[in-house]
Design a protein around this ligand. Structure first.
Ligand code: HSE
Length: 410
């Protein structure tokens, strides 16, 4: 028999308990041993639940219990999650988490600590919810060199953008529906300002390229400034707007970026709607592989956590393929070095001449009801440095830039 403790009884924590209780027999069969939840840590009162007797407010009770071999951290946040996870690993327990904030901030240190203590620190649910991506990256695709990963990694923002694209709905109304359906984080800023996607692409880049990528070294833009006008102009380019996390290997370093992009309708990512996530992994010899599934929600995420618990129980020591080194940030290039086409929407007088002088040939876009002092266009590939110069030239001529997005073409 192997006992499991769950730290946090929120949406994911209660889902983990539900999955483990509901499917205890089949999960135990797959794990080769009887798996059961012995303790749940939460400061709130859940004594009314059928399993109310399992709750404790004392982490010491969990960390000092030799029967507990796997600790599931689903509290979220860095502290006290980091201290609890570190203490559990030091006490010789494996740890499973869905906490992307923790993995993005402390992943290299925690994977290393787990190895020092002969344990595992697993986090499949931290990216893609119920969509497998961590295990495929370090197991199925381990023989290949990864060149690029591009993903729709946040269900809430994909749901909002889908409502804007398909129903012509404004941002605020779409966000309210996403919150009502329970997709958004408690604080939706992490979703809509891009931080959630940024943390997830950092985790994928760290794993794929072998050095930790810290979120504060990464270019980040959210979707709060995307308007229905941008959606209409994108349509004229045969594109949709999607919030992408992107990373590419470049001369031993990597480019990492989070932001809304115009995505060609020819791309499989353009057809990923609602709360779904999709992650395109481009391997040097494998080519493109796309992972698609529910990126949020109680039971899909809980299922990913439980599969990690089974991996912890069946693994013979630390899983060799799951590791990367810490870094000082020099592994990430300045995002302005990246060269890609841009979508720009501007307001001002005499725009066509000024745009032509700055960018040369561009593709001017149309939308119904376009005011005379507004133009939107896509450019030839341009680096971030060149773009800064051109935008400064436009600003000096009284042109206001309303939108500035990357165009991602597969
Ligand atoms: N708020 C996140 C999302 C939850 O919408 O994708 C899963 O990480």
């Amino acid at each position: 028999m192997i006992a499991v403790a769950v730290l946090g009884h929120g949406v994911v924590g209660s889902g983990v308990v539900e999955v483990l209780e509901r499917s205890r027999a089949s999960i135990s069969k797959k794990a080769g041993t009887d798996l059961y939840v012995k303790k749940i840590l939460d400061i709130r009162d859940f004594s009314h639940l059928p399993y109310g007797h399992l709750f404790t407010k004392s982490f010491d009770e969990i960390v000092s219990d030799p029967e507990i071999r796997v600790v599931v951290e689903v509290m979220g946040g860095i502290s006290p999650a980091f201290e609890y996870v570190s203490a559990a690993l030091r006490a010789g327990k494996s740890v499973v988490t869905s906490n992307k904030e923790l993995v993005a901030a402390k992943g290299a240190a925690l994977v290393q600590l787990a190895r020092e203590h002969g344990q595992n620190f697993l986090f499949e649910a931290s990216v893609g919810g119920g969509t497998p991506i961590i295990r495929p990256l370090h197991q199925s695709l381990v023989a290949d060199e990864i060149d690029e990963i591009v993903g729709i990694l946040n269900g809430t923002t994909n749901f909002i953008l889908t409502k804007m694209i398909q129903e012509n709905m404004g941002f605020d109304e779409a966000l309210k529906i996403a919150q009502k359906l329970g997709y958004a984080e408690a604080n939706p800023a992490a979703d809509v300002e891009g931080l959630d996607t940024c943390r997830k692409i950092c985790i994928l880049a760290s794993l794929a390229f072998g050095s930790h990528v810290y979120p504060d070294t990464v270019e980040m833009q959210g979707i709060t400034n995307i308007t229905l006008e941008d959606i209409q102009y994108a349509e004229d380019e045969n594109c949709v707007i999607k919030l992408l996390g992107q990373t590419r290997r470049i001369d031993g370093k990597c480019f990492v970026s989070t932001g809304p992009c115009l995505v060609s309708k020819e791309s499989p990512l353009a057809r990923v709607d609602d709360v779904f996530n999709a992650i395109l992994v481009r391997g040097e010899v494998t080519g493109d592989v796309v992972f698609y599934g529910k990126g949020a929600g109680k039971l899909p995420t809980a299922s990913a956590v439980v599969s990690d618990i089974i991996d912890c129980v069946t693994a013979e020591g630390p899983i060799a393929t799951l590791q990367w080194s810490d870094s000082d940030g020099s592994n990430v290039i300045d995002a302005r070095e990246d060269v890609c086409p841009r979508y720009l929407r501007c307001r001002g007088k005499g725009l066509l001449a000024k745009i032509g002088a700055a960018f040369g040939e561009v593709h001017i876009l149309r939308r119904p009801g376009k005011p005379a002092d507004e133009e939107a266009f896509t450019t030839a590939p341009v680096s971030g440095y060149e773009l800064e110069e051109k935008l400064a030239a436009l600003a000096s001529q009284g042109v206001e830039v309303l939108s500035n997005l990357r165009v991602w073409r597969p």
